[in-house]
Ligand binder design. Sequence first.
Ligand SMILES: Nc1ncnc2c1ncn2[C@@H]1O[C@H](COP(=O)(O)OP(=O)(O)O)[C@@H](O)[C@H]1O
Ligand SMILES: [Mg+2]
Length: 259
Amino acid sequence: MALLTKIAISGKGGVGKTTLSALLAHIYAEQGRDVIAIDADPAGGLAEALGFPPDMIAQVTPVAEMDELIYERTGAKPGTSGGFFTINPRVDDIPDRFSISHQGIRFLRLGDIEIGGSGCICPESALLKALITHLLLYRNEMMILDMEAGVEHLGRATARAVDAFLVILEPGRRSLDTARRVRQLAGDIGINQVYAVGNKVRGESDWAFLQAESPVPTLGYLSANPELTEADMRGEGIFDAAPQAAEEARKIMEALEAL
Ligand SMILES: Nc1ncnc2c1ncn2[C@@H]1O[C@H](COP(=O)(O)OP(=O)(O)O)[C@@H](O)[C@H]1O
Ligand SMILES: [Mg+2]
């Protein structure tokens, strides 16, 4: 059994992507793995959930907002389109230069990948695409990618490098619709390793509902847990604040590794 190295986490807004991303990052770090956690959700929040100190977080600029870097690497000013710019900008130094590290976890914030709408042909999206491709294909850490939507930002070759796409479900129809859409989009680019994780599960019947309705195989769940919400309200790391959630995430990791 080969060790997994790249996990992407998606699902509808508020479903628990950042929560699961942070827990899994800590659990892999606990296993002694080098972990890089990538915040690819414009809404952000992963660094806080990981428990990074606020003064470290304050130093982070999302890569999508690094105008000078984008200009230097692509030859065009962010926000412009239609002009000439490099579609293969140099990005290999970005993860080390612009990430922060704490408790064995490296953190990088990408910012808004969809600037200018999806399919935008502009310098910042060229840089971000190249960066995601680099992270997936040429770095060998355990990578946890906290992404807003589905897989539409990833090209075919890049998406292939993802070992598992996790889509988070909560008891309710909307998260199931999102999961179906993620599966469809993933299938369109030749990816079949899509799995579901339940969240905010209040008991046996919620979990039975999710297992019955999930469009993809389920790996496990996180219970509805006020410790998670409270840690989020305090802006604190959730791994230490919610030991039961950490234990549930450990089981999810074991299910993942057993695939
Ligand atoms: N299992 C859970 N029990 C209680 N609250 C949860 C649970 N999972 C997530 N939350 C809370 O729900 C909110 C949204 O979770 P978050 O992980 O930020 O979602 P997303 O990243 O998908 O938008 C946060 O306030 C979080 O603390
Ligand atoms: Mg989030």
